[in-house]
Design a protein around this ligand. Structure first.
Ligand code: KG4
Ligand code: ZN
Length: 345
């Protein structure tokens, strides 16, 4: 089954053709990062205009690269939320129109489910449930227990800001650009992660939720207190490295608490924009290896096989759409319009 997937929830316009949820025939991404760098963040109206300009050429390119015509596509999938309302409306409108005109099934996918399914892309390995899946991006932090396909039991979520958002804010505070994640990661490479003991929030009631607003505030006070050093490259690198370590520690601690609690878990998945962070991946992989030998477990670690599958892309939406479709094919026999949904309450 070949699905044409469309993603436009934030600042990437993307279209992909994915076969049976795993084989990526094309994955075209038009990023607006350079444009938003000038403003230090995404300006919704600017993002919307860019999506309008790019969406049709991106779809055309995705079909061409996959060497397929629209007529031969089996279904259309689209991200319907959460995200920027003015951005989602462009992807969903085009998807509705294509599905209606071409008489194809239309699959509405939650953005976060797309991230969770990114490790399936290009993978030939059989997945073993239950899976503990941590998805960390600029808009969300979600820790799911998946007992089977499309079953998402929420074990933890963010109480305030997402980790990627903290990376973006800290990057802005220390004078780097947007998006902050890769820039903070590069700066941190030259710094000492133990230079500053930034706080790691935890919840006394044993919840596995996340909180990063206190860390952001701590960095703000730290920069204010050390104003004379703001031009010192070593100081900034130490700040970036110590911040990054605090985020990784906070995320990893929830993972191991969840693994202690759910002894049946067979795989650990890490997804979302922040999973592109190499230090995060290697730290977690090493810690899991130690945990496995200490507890006589054999938990498999999986991340998306390409960095372009970590940050927003349409291929992951095509993967999630396939497994969603397979669970209830009849539901898609009657055409229903997809409505964009900026937030879920
Ligand atoms: O998944 P994504 O593309 O969009 C959302 O769904 O939000 O994630 C974008 C986020 C941004 O906050 C960005 O700073 C962060 O992921 N990010 C990273 C890295 N690459 C992207 N954070 C840390 N290290 C990275 N290498
Ligand atoms: Zn995302």
């Amino acid at each position: 089954m070949r699905i044409l997937a469309i993603e436009s929830s934030c600042d990437e316009t993307s279209a992909a053709v994915v076969e049976n949820g795993v084989k990526v025939l094309s994955n075209v991404i038009a990023s607006q990062a350079a444009m938003h760098n000038a403003t230090g963040g995404v300006v919704p109206e600017v993002a919307a205009r860019e999506h309008v300009n790019h969406i049709m050429p991106v779809i055309e390119k995705a079909l061409k690269e996959a060497d397929i015509t629209l007529a031969k596509i089996d279904a259309i999938a689209v991200t319907y939320g959460p995200g920027l309302g003015v951005a989602l409306v462009i992807g969903t409108s085009v998807a509705n129109m294509l599905a209606l005109v071409m008489q194809k099934p239309l699959i509405a996918v939650k953005h976060i489910h797309g991230h969770v399914y990114a490790p399936w892309l290009d993978s030939t390995k059989k997945t073993q449930f239950p899976i503990l899946s941590l998805s960390v991006s600029g808009g969300h932090n979600e820790l799911f227990l998946m007992k089977d396909h499309m079953q998402f039991e929420v074990l933890g979520e963010t109480a305030d800001d997402a980790a990627g958002e903290a990376f973006d804010k800290v990057a802005r505070m220390i004078g780097l650009g947007y998006p902050g994640g890769p820039l903070v990661e590069a700066a941190a490479k030259k710094g000492n992660p133990d230079a500053f003991p930034f706080p790691r929030a935890s919840f006394s009631d044993g919840r596995l939720d996340f909180s990063f607003s206190g860390l952001k505030t701590a960095i703000m006070y730290h920069l204010e207190k050390n104003k004379p050093q703001l031009r010192d490259k070593k100081f900034l690198a130490d700040t970036a490295a110590s911040f990054q370590k605090a985020v990784i520690d906070a995320l990893a601690s929830r993972i191991f608490l969840a693994l202690d609690k759910h002894v049946e878990v067979k795989e650990l998945h890490l997804t979302g924009g922040v999973s592109a962070n190499q230090t995060f991946r290697t730290t977690l992989e090493k810690a899991l290896k130690a945990y496995n030998s200490q507890h006589n477990r054999h938990i498999v670690f999986r991340t998306p096989s390409k960095l372009s599958y970590c940050t927003d892309n349409a291929a992951m939406i095509g993967a999630a759409a396939y497994f969603q479709y397979k669970l209830d094919e009849n539901r898609y026999k009657v055409f229903t319009y997809v409505e964009p949904k900026a937030a879920f309450v």
